[in-house]
Ligand binder design. Sequence first.
Ligand code: NDP
Length: 448
Amino acid sequence: MSDFDFDLFVIGGGSGGVRASRIAAGHGARVAVAEEHKMGGTCVIRGCVPKKLLVYGAHFAEDIADAAMFGWDVPECRFDWPVLRDNVLGEVARLEGLYGETLANHKVTVFKERATLVGPNQVRLASGRTVSAGKILIAVGARPSLPKLEGVEHIITSNEVFHLERLPKRVVIAGGGYIANEFAGIFHQFGAHVTIVNRSDTILRGYDEQIVDRLVKISLAKGIDFRFNSGFDRIEKQPDGSLRCVMKGCDDIEADEVLFAIGRQPNTEELGLEEVGVEVTERGAIKVDADNRSSVPSIFAVGDVTDRIQLTPVAIREGHAFADTFFGNKPQRVDYGCIPSAVFSHPPIGAVGLTEAQAKNRLGVIRTFTSDFRAMKNVLAGRNERSLYKLVVDAASDEVVGLHMIGPDAPEILQAAAIAVKARLKKTDFDATVALHPTMAEELVLMR
Ligand code: NDP
């Protein structure tokens, strides 16, 4: 038994921190976690989970509209935001409880308060107690970046969006990334007029251009407005409580809510990092090596606070690898290749591997195959919304190096297909697989 109070002290009870705690405790380590807010972190409390539930809720608008063509006599429907909001928050509370239970079942000590570093092996809790540990893992995540803007106090971010008192009629969304496109779809389906304001004419940077173009086209056809190459000068509150966005690069916009989604920044302020000698990047992210070790040998970091790939499953893998490596005698490193991702827009996007442009740069000669089709359900519903699937193939090896999809259920389909891309299967393997008819996914094996 060491002289330290714990073998591992984890700061942050989100996806990465909880996984690392549970696995390290399972290996026999004495583990403590400090969480100043709610157990579960961004993903569970104010991110992926409540967002996906809102996406489901929003989708009913289209499903109900389409139902008539399938023979259903649908009475006039009314959407009640407080009902969905409160049900979603109830589910979030249930999951938060489960996270707490998991830690308790693994005999992890939980401190529901803020912890800061005071030494390579010491943390101080907000209540004043100092605790020591053989290793410290920082998994405090990130938070929405805020603009430097007059009137910034009038905006909301993804932290507040789940708690709105009432549904806005006009929403302006700043940014052209994941959150902007996901909430554009959500608010639009709930009947709001949505305007996306982006600083350039490129949205969803990093996704395949053809797929992104299709999303823009569909979004425009639905009535979502885009203001490209534009920014905000200031935001003014009007006497009637509405907001006036005074713009640069486009006409001013009136709104009931202004949602900023311009990226997330690591939560590294006032954590004692500098005092203890933990190095951070220019963006304030903790610098770590392939084993998640910081510049101080006893201090480690995983997840969004390291600003590598800001995705929940990546943080979970990093936390798991850290625990196995240092407490389970099973050294492991996360493989960052071919990580699938999705945008839960309406319709959603799923992607894995290289885009066409990336593949051209990296491999030189490539082949691409596309399927541009209208899903059977959309045809009968009279919904003029076309899906697009795209395979990017290395011409020299015939390996499928990228798969990009937009259309109903694209992320669900992509997760399975990502196994084939990760396994470096060839286009001939896709071709050799018999189609499963009638599905949308069969397009994956029918592209010639
Ligand atoms: P993103 O990084 O996805 O997008 C940020 C957007 O804001 C980009 O369009 C970017 O433009 C723009 N931008 C950046 N800085 C500024 C600025 N100073 N002024 C104006 N515009 C700016 O960020 P999000 O906030 O949407 O999401 C944060 C992260 O959360 C994502 O990166 C992702 O990792 C994660 N996330 C994942 C989801 C999923 O997996 N489905 C869902 C939601 C979030 P430019 O391209 O020019 O830089």
